[in-house]
Design a protein. Structure first.
Length: 139
């Protein structure tokens, strides 16, 4: 039976909201939708859609790398955009994070965040790198 494991990463601000940033089940990592924020303080970082996308993707990379995974191990992404007119600008930044032809499956959905100044959220499912014998950070 596969067990759910909450991955606590040292230094990451635990939200007052009822969620965890990273959950591991078997060989799969599930990231809560990430947004443009400082993971260490929880502060929302507003800005252009390009800035928000870059901050969001950097947060995803940080969480994955600290959970024994990487951007190359992402298998599925859901992008939530407040304004579909931002699709092109979001996509220009997004594609910088993947090798062309090896991008994960993806869907983009128009959705308004309940958080002010948040124009993009990105939810990720990735494969955990179980080749490492080291314990996950924070566990």
């Amino acid at each position: 039976m596969v067990k759910k494991e909450i991955i606590a990463i040292d230094g990451i601000q635990k939200s007052d909201l009822p969620f965890n940033h990273v959950i591991k089940a078997g060989d799969t990592l599930y990231l809560t939708s990430q947004l443009s924020c400082n993971l260490h303080t929880g502060e929302i970082l507003p800005g252009s859609i390009q800035t928000q996308t870059r901050n969001t993707m950097n947060n995803i990379r940080y969480l994955l790398e600290n959970s024994h995974s990487s951007m190359d191990s992402i298998v599925d992404i859901t992008v939530y955009l407040r304004h579909l007119d931002d699709f092109k600008d979001m996509n220009e930044v997004y594609k910088e994070y993947f090798t062309r032809g090896e991008e994960p499956a993806r869907v983009v959905v128009k959705a308004e965040s309940p958080l002010e100044n948040v124009d993009v959220e990105i939810k990720v499912t990735a494969i955990a790198d179980n080749a490492s014998n080291q314990p996950l950070k924070g566990t």
